[in-house]
Design a protein around this ligand. Structure first.
Ligand code: GDP
Ligand code: GDP
Length: 455
């Protein structure tokens, strides 16, 4: 919690290396209890079960880094949450729809011991419409005897059913080979966007904060036909909106517009949506309902933005409902819960009345500028030299680690590497971050500082 703004040890840099932006995405889809989670665990080669028996349990992570035969991909797990017994048919189809939209290929899991159900058939229709490559898993084929059950699934019309026992591992290698055969080298979803073109913005926030209202208000009459904008590719889930003198690309807006997922599993969708939108976006506007108390979920979304290393603007929406008393309490809540991100620009807006919406663009531009800022090494070291001379690291055990040299290793977001003669305490790192922010104005961007110890 305390470490909200500072990601240490350069793990983001490592992540960036190990997870190229264009890594393709495989979604695992199917009815409850067919063995999706078991299969995901099998593919990831881990034993700890994510199989949850408690209704309403949500897991933070839904996408995992996976590897097979030397190829890396992202595995999206849609298991691990309970659906209502009523309306199960619809829910599974919805779940599949979202996952498929976000995937380059689909692993469709059917329980071969049960055979194809109506729900399975519904999912098949949806998969066909999507045009995405599908690999059909006939699961729970634990032995030779089950092969006949698997063969019966040819009837689904999805081609060869691959007999698999997710539980025991039988056939799982073959099915992964089949996935790799249909998986593109590079993702067509995710962040497979070239740089340049309109700036990419994600509108984020928990359900009912006003994302859809804001999108509508901003779009107004100004919706731009995608084909008219140079350097854009067609993507129906994005929306191009002219604000001021520029066109902005609001990414992944289909989920905002559709609004069908405010049911069970809503947290799951919210988290999945946020994650994908962030992959595509350069800057995020996180909406917070100013008329209600700041919630755990608000903080979680903000943390996701920081973890993804994206620029950030905080929009306190529903300001039309904020009276003096509410504002007093809101400011106290911000001091208590969001003190770590005082660096994010803040706008107090109303999507309903249009109040202060014109302040959004300057805030976005400020954050993006900071996100791309590069401090020349000489300037950085001159400044750090002064800071360190005036406020040296405290002596610990008779030793005093010295800061030797620093460099900005990267931008988008800014990443600094500080070389030191010994371990730099957490508090001192935060102090350095604070001073860097004061001096160079990183308004609206997370920054990372990693320390390398030189003997
Ligand atoms: P999900 O709801 O689709 O994610 O399904 P789970 O992975 O939670 O599995 C549901 C149940 O089926 C669990 O009790 C698993 O142990 C069981 N199961 C999963 N795969 C297999 C399999 O290949 N063979 C057998 N016999 N059982 C399996
Ligand atoms: P989403 O789930 O984040 O897309 O939220 P919606 O845009 O659907 O808004 C949820 C509810 O809040 C709707 O009833 C909106 O009319 C209302 N709402 C959205 N923005 C504002 C606002 O600025 N002021 C007020 N008073 N209500 C708003």
């Amino acid at each position: 919690e305390e470490d909200l703004a500072l990601v240490e040890g350069g793990d983001l840099a490592e992540r960036a290396e190990s997870a190229p932006a264009t890594r393709p995405v495989v979604a695992v889809v199917g009815r409850p209890n067919v063995g999706k989670s078991t299969l995901v665990n099998r593919i990831l080669g881990r034993r700890e079960a994510v199989v949850e028996d408690v209704p309403g349990v949500t897991r933070d992570r839904v996408a995992y880094d996976a590897e097979w035969s030397g190829r890396e991909f992202t595995l999206v797990d849609t298991g691990g949450w309970e659906v209502d017994a009523s309306g199960i048919h619809l829910r599974v189809a919805e779940q599949a729809e979202v996952a498929v939209e976000l995937a380059d290929a689909v692993l469709f899991v059917v329980d071969a011991t049960v055979g194809a159900t109506d729900t399975d058939e519904a999912v098949v229709r949806l998969l066909r419409r999507s045009g995405k490559p599908v690999v059909l898993v006939a699961n729970k084929v634990d032995d030779q005897k089950g092969e006949a059950d698997a063969a019966a699934l040819w009837s689904l019309g999805l081609g060869q059913p691959w007999p698999v026992s997710a539980l025991h591992g039988r056939g799982s290698g073959d099915v992964l080979d089949a996935v790799l055969d249909v998986l593109p080298e590079e993702s067509a979803v995710g962040s497979a966007y070239a740089r340049g073109g309109p700036r990419r913005v994600a509108l984020l926030g928990r359900p009912n904060v006003g994302k859809s209202s804001l999108l509508n208000k901003l779009a107004g009459e100004e919706r731009v036909v995608v084909d008219d904008v140079a350097g854009t590719t067609r993507d129906p889930v994005d929306e191009m909106i002219q604000l001021g003198d520029k066109v902005w690309r609001f990414v992944d807006t289909a989920g905002i517009r559709r609004r069908v997922h405010h049911t069970r599993g809503a947290d799951f969708y919210a988290s999945l949506r946020t994650q994908t939108a962030l992959e595509k976006a350069e800057v995020a506007v996180v909406l917070v309902d100013a008329s209600a108390s700041i919630a755990e979920q608000d903080i979680r979304v903000i943390q996701q933005v920081i973890d993804a290393g994206r620029a950030l603007v905080l929009a306190y929406n529903k300001w039309d409902e904020v009276d003096e008393e509410r504002q007093y309490f809101l400011e106290r809540e911000i001091e208590r819960d969001l003190v770590q991100i005082t660096w994010a620009p803040r706008v107090n807006i109303s999507a309903l009345t249009g109040r202060h919406l014109q302040k959004l663009v300057p805030a976005l531009e400020t954050s993006l500028e900071s996100w791309e800022q590069r401090i020349p090494t000489a300037k950085l070291n001159a400044f750090l030299g002064e800071v360190v001379a005036a406020n040296p690291h405290p002596v610990r055990g008779g030793k005093q680690p010295r800061i030797l040299f620093a460099t900005q290793a990267d931008t988008r977001p800014p990443r600094f590497v500080v070389f030191a003669s010994g371990f730099i305490e957490h508090g001192y790192r935060r102090f350095i971050e604070r001073r860097l922010r004061e001096q160079f104005d990183f308004t609206g961007t997370p920054i990372e500082i990693s320390v390398r110890v030189r003997e």
